[in-house]
Ligand binder design. Structure first.
Ligand SMILES: [Zn+2]
Length: 617
């Protein structure tokens, strides 16, 4: 996913019907199944396989052969699930108004829920066998040894698994664990009454989040932006205590689970699954805080270029210059493989065949899902959904999703099924690296200073949104969780202080502050839905910046070694813990220098932006 995608744009005036779009711009799903009959057959086969796996219950302790058979049976279900799910899922995204396909989609979801129930016995039954016994089996069976990492990781996590009674109690508590988020979602969307604002040109706008973002990103009148900001924040001020109380619910829940499972802190509990040391998050936060100078320089530059007397958070996304160049999809097809020149001819060749193979659904049509994604259809190939609209953002989105797809392609080709999927902790590395290489390529070929400015602002805004803002959020979450861990009360005041202090720590004298910003935390869905999650976008970004430096600077021999390590990372899928895979690739996230790579990258981009603006005169 991407954070700096354009705010809610108006739909294209003349949307082509899907049938009117040439086949070469649409994905070809017959690569998965030739038709619905074939899909139905696969669905039934999946049902049979699920039942067969359930029948293996009680057999694991008998020996290596039985354990291997169970793993193979599970793999077969997993592989077929990808095809059965994505054939329906992708078809549905072509036109989400299709109720018949939606019904089939729900049918698959129900089957998956059954599958989860029918395989719930597996982990506890395996864990009841001593690890030493399973290790002996793995020494005797090379085929079973393939599963070594998956098996040993399951035993590693067992440390915080309770006895049967305890686990049962915790599973009962999960029924209300999502209550704070559900209430947040209701309060901030379903039950909200969006205000109407009257802009300086006389138009009245209903201030949904999309419209609010659009005003901040496109409206050149500062008073309009200020009004939108003030009105939008009033929505949260009106029920501020309720938001604080819901967030307290999230914090108390996290503390409850951390204590119940015997973790030293909520952070430790959140990171244990991926075996990430807490020092990674602490280093990320400390090094970023020490590296805010280029961020401040960027905002000072913006204030000057935009000719503003005062500069606020709502002035931070408006474009520095007007520039409406179109970027045709066909040009992107030429540029993308050229932009990854430093990743070697084999990588380029893979990319060319990806672009030519009817794997991409390019243009918007009525009913099509919005946004963009890369779907890893195991056993077939990755598919990509775009809503390509000839903007700069669209061509960078293509570069981003292509990074995901190349990762999928390489990891599926080089890993056994059990390790073919990669974790979120690694996922955004190839996508952001792909964008960074594409930026270099576009900057090299740009002859117009205005285009250079637009490209640089695009890249800088990406770093601000994907890195600095996410680290600020991670810092806020950590401080809030530490309040409850030390038994302190959670109030609107305390949360507001934490958020406001962070804004000031990051932006110093480069910004003028508004009291309303004290409440910005209240509207961030991630805080309620997935605590301790967003830092992973920042660590991916830091890893990608470090890899970019290794791949594109220094002696030829060092670059070749860096490339070899990088391709090995992409080919590694989920075959080890993310920190181990990254260390092999030459990235150590517990070291300040890795995080510094982003600070240096931003510093260099701001310098280039200053130069481009100077030469514009
Ligand atoms: Zn992504």
């Amino acid at each position: 996913m991407r954070f700096n995608a354009t705010a809610e744009a108006a739909p294209a005036p003349h949307l082509r019907e899907r049938d009117d779009i040439p086949e070469r711009f649409k994905w070809n799903l017959t690569h998965i199944f030739s038709d619905w009959t074939e899909w139905q057959r696969a669905y039934e086969e999946l049902e049979t396989k699920i039942a067969a796996f359930a029948a293996l219950q009680g057999s694991l302790g008998k020996g290596a052969e039985q354990l291997l058979a169970a793993y193979k049976s599970r793999d077969a279900i997993g592989q077929l699930s990808y095809k059965v799910w994505y054939f329906v899922g992708l078809k549905y995204d072509e036109d989400q108004r299709n109720n018949e396909i939606n019904a089939r989609r729900q049918q698959v979801q129900i089957l998956f829920a059954k599958e989860a129930q029918a395989s719930a016995w597996f982990d506890p039954e395996l864990l009841s066998i001593p690890l030493a016994t399973v290790q002996t089996w793995m020494r005797e069976s090379a085929e079973l040894a393939v599963y070594r990492f998956a098996i040993e990781d399951l035993y590693r996590q067992q440390e915080h698994v309770l006895d049967e009674k305890g686990e049962h109690l915790l599973s009962l508590s999960s029924r209300f664990a999502s209550a704070p988020y559900d209430a947040f979602a209701a309060l901030s969307t379903a039950d909200v009454k969006y205000p109407t604002v009257c802009l300086s040109n006389g138009t009245e706008v209903t201030l949904t989040y999309g419209q609010y973002r659009a005003i901040l990103a496109t409206n050149r009148n500062q008073e309009d932006r200020a009004q939108a900001f003030a009105e939008y924040h009033k929505l949260f001020a009106a029920t501020a205590n309720t938001f604080a109380s819901l967030y307290n619910g999230v914090l108390q829940r996290d503390l409850f689970y951390a204590q119940a499972r015997g973790y030293a802190s909520t952070l430790e509990g959140a990171l244990h699954g991926n075996n990430i040391p807490t020092a990674v998050v602490e280093n990320l936060i400390a090094t970023t805080k020490a590296g805010t100078e280029p961020l401040r320089r960027y905002h000072r530059l913006r204030k000057r270029v935009l000719g503003l007397e005062t500069y606020h958070t709502y002035d931070a996304t408006i474009p520095l210059v007007d520039f409406d160049r179109k970027y045709a999809y066909e040009d992107g097809l030429e540029w993308l493989p050229a932009s990854v020149h430093s990743l070697g001819p084999e990588y380029q060749e893979h990319m060319r065949s990806t672009l030519a193979g009817e794997w991409i659904d390019v243009y918007e049509n009525p009913g099509k899902r919005s946004g963009a994604y890369s779907a890893p259809v195991y056993g077939v190939h990755p598919y990509m959904l775009l809503n390509y609209n000839d903007t700069l953002d669209a061509v960078f989105t293509l570069a981003h999703e292509m990074g995901h797809s190349m990762h999928t392609l390489l990891s599926n080709a080089h890993q056994p099924f059990v390790y073919s999927a990669y974790t979120i902790f690694i996922a955004e590395i190839p996508s952001t690296l792909s964008e960074a290489l594409f930026l270099e390529f576009m900057l090299d070929r740009a002859t117009d200073d205005r285009e250079k400015i637009v490209l640089l602002q695009h890249a800088i805004d990406g770093i601000v949104a994907t890195f600095y803002t996410q680290v600020l959020f991670a810092d806020f979450e950590l401080q809030a969780h530490r309040l409850v861990e030390s038994g302190q009360p959670i109030t609107v005041e305390r949360l507001g202080d934490i958020y406001f202090d962070l804004l000031k720590t990051y932006h110093g004298d480069a910004m003028d502050y508004d009291e309303a910003s004290r409440l910005t935390w209240a509207r961030i869905p991630h805080f309620y839905s997935t605590p301790y999650y967003v830092y992973q976008y920042a660590t991916c970004f830091a890893s990608s910046a470090q890899l970019m430096r290794q791949l594109t600077t220094g002696a030829a021999q060092d670059r070749a070694a860096a490339l070899d390590r990088y391709l090995t990372l992409l080919k590694s899928g989920g075959s080890d813990h993310p920190m181990t895979l990254l260390q092999r690739a030459g990235v150590d996230l517990s070291k300040p220098e890795t995080v510094r790579a982003v600070v240096d990258q931003l510093d260099a981009l701001v310098t280039k932006l200053e130069q481009a603006i100077a030469s514009l005169g």
